[in-house]
Design a protein. Structure first.
Lengths: 93, 349
């Protein structure tokens, strides 16, 4: 019989407080976070237009991260918190 | 002696323990050494580390990498206990915010962790700096890098298809460790250039593509060899991203360039000046967006942000007129090379 040790680690459990999701977008201010990847601004712009024309969002604003490999920097998060009701972000190539 | 806190698993014998590691998804595809407590303890003792000591914290993963987990994975990789301080320094380095784990650990661009070992420990541990530099044949080179990759897989969750999304990857993702040939090099070693003492031992990590070999069997001047190098480098890697680069100058080229009196700063400056691309070329070859404009034929974009973003390392076999360049992953904005001292974490127990 041989006993071996487990090489894996679980990530520490964290509680993330999501803002409650609004039942509708009508009249709400939408923030878009662009991750700097090529065409990501165009994709998000399109999404923003759809949120305005089809869902009645009041306003759409876009921010650009420093680079795609890091979370949005604090200035973006601070300004978003003050000026937007909902936000759209994503990851992808 | 503090207890080891990892979960324990039982197997009938050695062979079934190896199979257990495969079935649990703990290996890189090759068999591992089953990590028993005595082997793990020997690994910790060799580095003078307590098991609960944190070696690095990967913020974007919320993962604490403890000495115990590093030791377990180092045993599995086949490391000798005396390699452990080098593995630990490399883990510290990839946990540094400058290296920025999430990008190079996850990206579709498929980075490996190039580790360049400098200082006396490279000779003590027989870390290869010569023949077949990037190839197999040296236990230290093969297992130290493997241990780092197993930590990334088992502790940080960087598994192919989930949190390691490399489209192609490359063979260096198994292990990608070299030492600088400080004995024969005519130049200041990398770690001394980066502010450490010659008597210190360090590991420098660069998130990196595979090595790209260059041929110059014609020139007997520094200028000639480095023109070939620059011409090969000019369009390489993420050419619009301006990543850092490693340039590996092997035996014959090293001696020729050194004999001409060129030092590393001059080599870097030359390569910086001769690897710029015109905007016209970048646009015509679909690397830079936008229409061709007047002046694009003469407007130059450097391959790297500054000459200091080219790490020059003397290493490789004595015979053969070959060298290599290694594009870093992504961009310097996203990840930078990091150097850590070997043995910094030793604690009194």
């Amino acid at each position: 019989m041989i006993e071996i040790l487990d090489p894996t680690t679980e990530a520490a459990t964290q509680t993330i407080a999501f803002a409650p999701r609004p039942p509708a977008l009508a009249g709400l201010r939408v923030g878009l976070i662009e991750n700097t990847k090529f065409n990501s601004d165009r994709l998000l712009q399109k999404i923003g237009e759809i949120l305005k024309t089809e869902y009645g969002a009041a306003d759409v604003r876009m921010w650009r991260k420093h680079n795609s490999s890091v979370p949005a920097h604090q200035e973006i998060i601070d300004e978003l918190t003050r000026t937007c009701d909902v936000m759209v972000a994503g990851v992808g190539d | 002696m503090p207890a080891l806190v990892s979960q324990r698993h039982k197997a009938e014998d050695l062979a079934s323990a190896v199979e257990l590691c495969f079935s649990r998804g703990w290996t890189d595809g090759l068999p591992v050494i089953p990590p028993t407590e005595p082997l793990v303890r020997a690994m910790l003792d060799a580095a003078g580390l307590a098991p609960e000591q944190q070696i690095a914290f990967i913020t974007h993963r919320a993962v604490s990498i403890t000495a115990e987990k590093v030791a377990i994975n180092a045993v599995m990789a086949g490391c000798r206990p005396e390699y452990m301080p080098v593995v630990v320094a490399a883990i510290e380095a990839i946990g540094d915010p400058q290296w920025s784990y999430h990008g190079p650990g996850t990206s579709t661009a498929g980075a490996g962790v190039l580790m360049i070992v400098n200082g006396p420990i490279a000779r003590e541990l027989d870390i290869n700096a010569g023949d077949n530099l990037f190839g197999p044949g040296w236990r230290a080179n093969a297992t130290i890098g493997r241990a780092v990759r197993l930590v990334m897989r088992n502790v940080c969750g960087s598994r192919p298809g989930t949190l390691d999304r490399g489209t192609l990857g490359h063979p260096g993702k198994l292990s990608y460790v070299i030492a600088e040939n400080e004995i024969e090099s005519p130049w200041t070693p990398l770690h001394v250039e980066r502010g450490f003492g010659a008597e210190q031992s360090t590991v420098t990590v660069l998130a990196a593509e595979a090595p790209h070999q260059i041929y110059n069997q014609l020139s007997n001047t520094a200028d000639g060899i480095l023109r070939t190098m620059a011409d090969d480098m000019r369009i390489s890697g993420n050419v619009m991203g301006q990543p850092q680069y490693a340039v590996i100058l092997a035996g014959e080229h090293m001696r020729t360039i050194g004999a001409d009196g060129w030092d590393k700063p001059r080599i870097r400056q030359f390569l910086f000046e001769h690897t710029k691309n015109t905007h016209a070329h970048l646009k015509k070859t679909q690397r830079m967006s936008g229409e061709l404009k007047p002046g694009d034929e003469t407007l130059l974009r450097p391959l790297v942000e500054s000459p200091d973003d080219i790490l020059v390392v003397a290493a490789g076999g004595r015979a053969g007129a070959f060298s290599a360049y290694i594009p870093g992953w992504g961009s310097k904005r996203s990840s930078q090379s990091v150097t850590k001292v070997v043995g910094r974490q030793e604690v009194a127990r």
